[in-house]
Every structure is written in structure tokens, then in C-alpha cells.
Design a protein around this ligand. Structure first.
Ligand code: WT7
Length: 634
């Protein structure tokens, strides 16, 4: 059985596929979807409108994604390794699961979940480090039709509680603690703290990672290693409607709290499988390693679902790039003979800064293809990656996409297209991009720039934001009529290649992770000494963008490092360490328009050090605050 029949391998294939996808999208996706196993075939390929919005793919079809990820491979690949787990500590033994073993683990986990009372449609919050049980749990939810909401294990208890409450989760999965480089970090106690504010949670399943003696609530908490002894490893895959909700993943927007992006079963499966095969030009037998955390969408689509749908061998890494030394990635590549390596520019830049000596002790000869995701890859990082990691022989595929898109939208497709550092590449067949001006008019032709939108649905477009469809409409479909708006600016070059120009909304991208400025400001404002704050991004050598906070204090005599620490602590408490401001400048006032709107453009320029090009400041309520901000800038 060929699971990769829709492979696009040449420029000609690409052109033909692209044309077919535009001429007759239904037919194009019908063909691709037919390569998966359906419990019931769909009756209608697509129903859509981008006003409410409402998008339905493979209407009337029934499937279970885990049957496509696991069961379907048993006959030919039952004894092939599906998952390689590499621990944080190189001296701890790495684990491998064949397709047969992985299915068995997933079924056991599924049976434990069922035993706890988890049913189809229930929301399950998964707050776990990168241990094999995270993979089992995610797939186990999908197997029984529970909706997983994975929360990155670096988020604080407040952030976890917000997400649990928003999705009304009755079940939480966690671990005693986690490894992170040389440190061991509590995990269960973060959940315990969150539980004080999470009335919907009935049961918490705890995985033993560190043999810690954590607090267990007699009525609520269950040890996985005890529960798993009570179950067998058979569990039938629940039939899911194509449009049944499959998972929720929280992501930041320009306003309010993070929103729960919802993906559905049929379309997500088809697009994750299709893009994995084509973007990475995966060949049977290849070992694929995506270094993301499964807590982000990259990990959902390209550690778990995409690779498993194609019967691949996928690597899951518990650790960090710099432990025990900055050669760790390269050591793991040699150890597991990784063929395709997918990471983020921020990781490349930080390893580049540690010096090339850490690379030289490894051969890296197994590598065939390199990938990049999260932000544009700058020229310097691209060349370092190409020369020192790819040894000049591996194509680099940049991959532009979003939590909301479910899978890659723009890419070099495994080197089919010409590669140019800092360019994302060409749209994947099936993706109809359009650039518009501020009024929503299409900007036609090439050699142009505008706001990046998509004018036709693809199977894994987000369906809603959990519990608040209006928010989905306003965020993505209301800015420009009849278009999905990405929030990014882009340039289309003469040859049709796309270059992403960054967010055009109040979202900043720190190390490939998204934060709303409002979200960080809220966290800063929780600090008692603070009256008001404004947050902007600024160029940061390693992180891509750093977080620059302008803060007005109640008493200016508190303008000191202790207050800075308290502000940082407040952000850590409300969001997590990943959102710590890099710079905190105390100011007496913020540049506001007469209507009270903060002029972030000016704050951004100051943070970037471009104080000579502030533009028009005459519309400000008090133009003098700008001088003060400039004179005390960091
Ligand atoms: C935002 C999405 C799904 C990828 C991981 C981040 C930026 C992402 C690229 C790229 C330029 C990129 C965009 C996008 N972005 N990849 N290859 N080139 N920009 O997912 O947290 O949903 O963030 O990340 O600004 O809108 P996310």
C-alpha cells in the first residue's frame, strides 16, 4: 500500500498540482482524501462561506485519524519503528516503539482514559513534558474522540487554569515533574495550583517521570502506572464525523486572552498527511526529527500526526539544544541517523552563537533535508545551517504557516523550488494566496507587497475559536471581506516567491512563539506598583523579537531593578517564563492620541533605536512624552 501517492516531486508536478487545485479544488482534495482510510465515505467534498464563517470538508464522512496513523500501517510496517524517544539526559536510555507497540500503548492509554470516564466530545487538557506518554495521550484522545487541548508545559498555573476553564475540561493529564537541561522542574504542583480555580475538572491523571513523591488528591488524582495495570491494549477507534472537533490549541491574538483554535477530524488529517509527505519529500524509511514541543502546533502536525499518517519514523526529544552542551542536536542526529531535520531559526541562531566547534565532532552524514519554521530565517542563520549542518548538500525548506492553518501554507517543498534565504517560498497546491491593501483591494501582479490573505478554504483551516465563534469571525474573517486574514504582511517577488514581512497586528513573535502585546501588558499591570504599560517587539539577535515594555509606575521612586524583578515575576506567574520582558523602561507617560489610543508605532521605533524616523507626532495628546521616552531609552 502506497501512503504517499499524491507526491509532488518536480517543478512540473507542482505546477500541474497547483493548477488542478485551483481549477477544481473539490476534485483535487477528493483525490488526496481518498488515500486515507475512511469508515464512511463523504457525500459532499466542501461547503463554505467566509462571512460567518462556515467551512465543512468531506461532509458526511467518518474516520478515525489514529486508524490512519497506526492500524493501517500494521500489515506492512508493524515492526518498523514509529517513534524514537530521546531523553533529556544522553546517558539515559532512548526508547523506540514500533507501529505495533505504539498502537498498544495508545490503546492502553485510551482504556485508562475511558476508565476515568472520558467520553467522545469531552475536552482533555494535556499538560505534559515531552515524554512518550504525551504522544500516547494525544493519540489516545483522538482514538476515543475526546478533544485534546495540549498546553505547553512551560505555561504558568494561571495560564493553564485559563485554558482549562475556557474549554471546560473535565480531565487533566500531567506528570510529577519534568527534566529541562540540568534542571528538574515541578509540573504536578503547577496543576495543583491551577485546580483551585478549575471547578470543571473531575480527574487528574499523573504520569511518573521523576519518581517524585507528589501530593495526590485521593478523589481526583490517579497514577497512570497504577491505572495502566488494570487495562488491556485493545481499543476500537471511535468513528468520528469529518467535522467533529478533534483538538483545541490555544494561541495568542492581538486582543484579550489566548483563544482556542479548533481543528476538526477529516480536514486536519488530510492536510497534515498531505503536507508532511510533500513539504519534506518524505521517503519510506527516512527518520524525521522535528524539534518543536508537542505543546505547539508544529509538534501536533509534524511530530505526531503528519509523520504517523505517512508511516514514518518520527523522533521526539525531551531535552533542550544546549544540554549537556550545544552539540546535543547534532549528537542526536548522528545517534538516530536522522535524515530530515526540522527546527526553528531561533535555535539555529543560539547554536550558531555557541560556535561551530560543537558541530565538528559529528558527521551529520545521514541528513538529506533541513527545515525551518516559526519566523523568517535570516540570511546569516540560513548560511550557517546550510554550510555547517547541511554540509552544502541539503536543501533547506522554509515553512510558513500558523496554528490556525493546521499545516504548512508556503514552502520550498523539499527543494523542488529554488531556495533563497529569508524567503518562505511558494504556496502549497491547494492554497490560494492573495495580497490586499489596507482597504482589502487585491494587489495583483508580482514585485508587490501587502497583507497576506487566503481566498479559498483548505481542509485544515480553523473552524472556530472554542466557545466564541464571533471571535473567530472578527479575528480572521472580518478585516477583509470574503478572505481569511493571516495577520502577516508579505512580499511577492517577480518570480512569484513569497517573503514574509512580519505581523501587521499587535502580535509579537518571540523565539517562534506568539504573544499578544495586550496579554503581556495585562500580566505586567497585575504588578501592584504598575499603573499602565505598553509592550512592543524589537529585533533580538537570538529570539527574533524581544519583548520591550514601557511601564508607568504609581511612584516613580520605585524605578529600580527590584521593581523590574517584580514585574518579571508577575509575567512569569500569569503567563510563564517564555513571555518574560527583555527590557523594561520606566516612563512618566505613554504617547497617546487624543482618543487615548497608544501609538505603538512610536514605541516600536524607539525600541528599535530608530529615533530619527518617528514620523508624525503632532496628533499626540502630549508630544513631550516622546522626548522623555527617547532620553531614557534602554
Ligand atoms: C506566525 C504563526 C506554525 C508555525 C509555528 C508558529 C510566523 C511562522 C514562519 C515562517 C515567516 C513565520 C508568522 C505566523 N511564522 N512560520 N516560516 N516565515 N514567518 O505558529 O504560533 O501559530 O505563529 O508565526 O507571523 O503568522 P504560530
Amino acid at each position: 500500500m502506497n501512503t504517499i501517492p499524491f507526491r509532488i516531486q518536480t517543478i512540473e508536478d507542482y505546477k500541474n498540482a497547483y493548477k488542478a487545485s485551483v481549477d477544481n479544488p473539490e476534485n483535487f482534495w477528493d483525490n488526496i482524501a481518498s488515500n486515507f482510510i475512511w469508515k464512511k465515505k463523504w457525500s459532499k467534498t466542501l461547503e463554505w462561506e467566509f462571512i460567518s464563517p462556515q467551512v465543512k470538508w468531506f461532509v458526511g464522512g467518518e474516520l478515525n485519524i489514529t486508524e490512519n496513523c497506526l492500524d493501517r500501517h500494521l500489515e506492512e510496517k508493524g515492526n518498523q519503528v514509529a517513534l524514537i524517544w530521546e531523553p533529556n539526559d544522553p546517558n539515559e536510555i532512548s526508547l523506540q516503539y514500533t507501529y505495533k507497540e505504539l498502537l498498544s500503548e495508545v490503546n492502553k492509554m485510551a482504556n485508562v482514559l475511558k476508565g476515568m470516564g472520558v467520553q467522545k466530545g469531552d475536552r482533555v487538557c494535556i499538560y505534559l513534558p515531552m515524554i512518550p506518554e504525551l504522544a500516547f495521550a494525544t493519540l489516545a484522545c483522538a482514538r476515543i474522540g475526546a478533544i485534546h487541548s495540549i498546553v505547553f508545559a512551560g505555561f504558568s498555573s494561571n495560564a493553564v487554569a485559563d485554558r482549562i476553564n475556557d474549554a471546560q475540561c473535565a480531565f487533566v493529564l500531567t506528570s510529577d515533574g519534568m527534566n529541562r537541561g540540568a534542571k528538574q522542574i515541578p509540573v504536578k504542583s503547577v496543576v495543583d495550583e491551577a485546580m483551585a480555580n478549575c471547578p470543571t475538572v473531575q480527574k487528574v491523571l499523573v504520569i511518573n517521570r521523576l519518581n517524585w513523591n507528589v501530593h495526590m488528591d485521593l478523589h481526583r488524582d490517579i497514577w497512570y502506572h497504577e491505572a495502566v495495570n488494570q487495562v488491556n491494549d485493545l481499543c476500537e477507534a471511535t468513528a468520528m464525523g469529518s467535522e467533529d472537533e478533534m483538538f483545541i490549541l490555544y494561541t495568542s491574538g492581538s486582543t484579550g486572552k489566548p483563544k482556542g483554535v479548533v481543528h476538526t477530524c477529516g480536514g486536519y488529517m488530510v492536510y497534515a498527511g498531505y503536507t508532511f509527505a510533500n513539504v519534506f519529500q518524505y521517503n519510506p524509511g527516512d527518520v524525521f526529527w522535528c524539534t518543536a514541543d508537542i505543546g505547539w502546533v508544529t509538534g501536533h502536525s509534524y511530530i505526531l500526526y503528519g509523520p504517523l499518517l505517512q508511516g514514518a519514523t518520527t523522533v521526539m526529544f525531551e531535552g533542550v539544544p544546549t544540554f549537556p552542551d550545544p552539540g546535543r542536536f547534532w549528537q542526536v542526529i548522528d545517534k538516530h541517523s536522522v535524515n530530515i531535520f526540522y527546527t526553528a531559526p531561533t535555535a539555529i541562531r543560539s547554536l550558531m552563537a555557541s560556535g561551530v566547534d560543537h558541530v565538528l565532532s559529528y558527521s551529520l552524514h545521514s541528513l538529506k533535508l533541513l527545515g525551518s519554521v516559526g519566523e523568517p530565517i535570516n540570511e546569516e542563520a540560513w548560511h550557517w545551517y546550510h554550510t555547517h549542518i547541511g554540509k552544502g548538500k541539503c536543501p533547506i525548506v522554509d515553512t510558513y504557516w500558523q496554528t490556525e492553518t493546521g499545516g504548512v501554507m508556503i514552502s520550498g517543498m523539499g527543494g523542488i523550488h529554488p531556495q533563497r534565504p529569508s524567503y518562505a517560498g511558494f504556496p502549497i497546491p491547494g492554497i490560494q494566496l492573495i495580497l490586499v491593501d489596507a482597504d482589502g483591494n487585491e494587489i495583483e501582479g508580482n514585485g508587490v507587497e501587502g497583507n497576506l490573505c487566503v481566498k479559498f478554504p483548505w481542509p485544515s483551516i480553523l473552524r472556530t475559536t472554542y466557545g466564541d465563534h464571533e471571535r473567530c469571525r472578527i479575528n480572521y474573517f472580518a478585516t477583509y471581506k470574503n478572505l481569511y486574514f493571516t495577520g502577516d504582511g508579505a512580499r511577492r517577488e517577480e518570480d512569484g516567491m513569497y517573503r514574509l514581512l512580519g505581523r501587521v497586528d499587535d502580535v509579537i513573535n518571540v523565539s517562534g512563539h506568539r504573544f499578544g502585546t495586550a496579554e503581556i501588558e495585562d500580566a505586567i499591570n497585575q504588578c501592584k506598583k504598575v499603573i499602565e504599560s505598553a509592550v512592543v517587539g524589537y529585533p533580538h539577535d537570538i529570539k527574533g523579537q524581544g519583548i520591550y515594555a514601557y511601564v508607568i509606575l504609581e511612584h516613580s521612586e520605585n524605578s529600580n531593578d527590584q521593581t523590574r524583578d517584580e514585574i518579571i515575576e508577575s509575567v512569569v506567574e500569569h503567563i510563564g517564563k517564555i513571555a518574560k520582558p527583555d527590557k523594561i523602561q520606566f516612563v512618566g507617560g505613554l504617547p497617546k492620541t487624543r482618543s487615548g489610543k497608544i501609538m505603538r508605532r512610536i514605541l516600536r521605533k524607539v525600541a528599535e533605536g530608530e529615533i530619527n524616523s518617528l514620523g508624525d507626532t503632532t496628533t499626540l495628546l502630549d508630544p513631550k512624552v516622546v522626548d522623555e521616552i527617547i532620553s531614557s531609552r534602554l
